[in-house]
Design a protein around this ligand. Structure first.
Ligand code: UD1
Length: 374
């Protein structure tokens, strides 16, 4: 069986790595990897391949930056000949980035079965580009691997048939579980001269937080105030760096503005932080697993189990609420969290098992039919 994995942006890599490893344990599975090149800086891409021990991509489409339409169109037109050439039995796509949706669309039109890893998540906020990507990908995928039961409910409500849905758990946590012992050896905190449990960690990159100068300024102002209480570490995403540069504001105090960090160093910092302030999806999940308080600067989340089970609190864009929640944590009042079911480090093995079962169920139809689709 030939599986083509398609990745493009930073949050895809830690999801694809364990799935490739798990499928590699099955006899008769051949795998290839396409990188769309949506993320191209070494510290947004290459370092993740090294640390996650992923093979180099067979093909890099080099799509780079652009508007959503430009990026999506570039992937559509450059990926189609590659998929035609590779003729995979199944394509696996990951998460909710532009590369995910564009790749699923190419394959659906070529009648190649698509599996979507991290299916069914919904913020119910269609102003988010990722929500559009999630909705479209799930409608055209053939196998939908969900991380939590709310994903199954969302898909069923949208008319997806139950036989396509497979609750496997959180595959990103597989990478975390595997690499946590390595992160425990990281010297990143010593290098920054900080103490465990005595710093806050921040990431921000959602368009809704960084594109509007007034919104970004109010968040930065609040972070600056918080940094008077304890040091704040802020690895800055390229999108955010561009916007901060354009705003020409300076934020002194104990805010350490860093370049994007590697997977291992960021994991090391997450586990030792007093709290994390973020608008990332994946970090809401990682902090829940690690039991570290997470304050999410968003009005909604497509990952509700991080709130109901985990350590996540949605503070919205209310910066007074953010300050209050930080004060509570510093006063020792933090809510305990639990790890959601199936976030156990074995989600990728369940995906591999489901893919192989799906393959066997198709074999009676015969490969001639599948080949005819090209
Ligand atoms: C994308 C995803 C988002 C994900 C995030 C993680 C979509 C719609 N969004 O957002 O879901 O949470 O990745 O990082 O797919 N840039 C660089 N170097 C890079 C990559 C990007 O400088 O290696 C710059 C680009 O020039 C662009 C900006 O960052 O101006 C945004 O990049 P883009 O891929 O469009 O979206 P992200 O904000 O990274």
């Amino acid at each position: 069986m030939h599986i083509l994995h398609i990745v493009g942006a930073r949050p895809n890599f830690m999801k694809a790595a364990p799935v490739m490893r798990a499928l590699g344990c099955w006899d008769g599975v051949r795998q290839n990897l396409v990188h769309t090149g949506q993320h191209y800086d070494a510290n947004m891409s290459e370092i993740f391949f090294q640390q996650l021990d992923m093979p180099a991509p067979n093909v890099n489409l080099g799509v780079g930056s652009g508007s959503h339409a430009q990026q999506t169109a570039h992937i559509l037109s450059h990926l189609e000949p590659v998929v035609r050439d590779y003729k995979p039995d199944m394509v696996l796509v990951y998460g909710d980035v532009n590369s995910t949706m564009a790749a699923a669309l190419v394959c659906a039109k070529l009648l190649i079965p698509v599996g979507h890893v991290e299916a069914g998540l919904r913020s119910f906020d269609r102003t988010m580009p990722e929500e559009i990507n999630r909705l479209l990908t799930d409608q055209i995928a053939d196998l939908l691997f969900t991380p939590s039961a709310d994903g199954d409910e969302n898909l069923l409500r949208e008319g997806v048939t139950p036989d396509k849905i497979c609750l496997v758990g959180n595959v990103m946590i597989d990478s975390l579980v595997r690499l946590l012992p390595v992160a425990e050896e990281s010297t990143v905190l010593d290098n920054l001269n900080l103490q465990a449990g005595n710093f806050g960690l921040v990431t921000l990159h959602r368009p809704s937080n960084v594109e509007n100068p007034a919104t970004l300024a109010s968040i930065m102002h609040a972070l600056h105030e918080i940094s008077r209480e304890l040091p704040i570490l802020f690895p800055v995403h390229p999108r955010t760096r561009q916007r901060l540069k354009a705003s020409n504001n300076h934020y002194p105090g104990s805010m350490h503005m860093l370049d994007p960090l590697s997977y291992i160093d960021f994991l090391a910092l997450q586990r030792l932080a007093k709290f994390v302030i973020t608008d990332s999806g994946g970090i809401q999940e990682e902090t829940t697993y690690l039991g570290v308080p997470c304050l999410t600067v968003r009005e909604n989340t497509e990952r509700p189990v991080t709130v109901t089970f985990g350590t996540n609190i949605l503070v919205g864009r209310d910066m007074n609420r953010l300050r209050r929640e930080v004060a509570r944590i510093l006063a020792g009042d933090q809510r305990p969290g639990q790890v959601p079911p199936l976030w156990d480090g074995h989600a990728a093995e369940r995906i591999a098992q489901a893919v192989m079962t799906w393959r066997r169920s198709l074999s009676h139809i015969g490969s001639s039919l599948e080949r005819a689709l090209f």
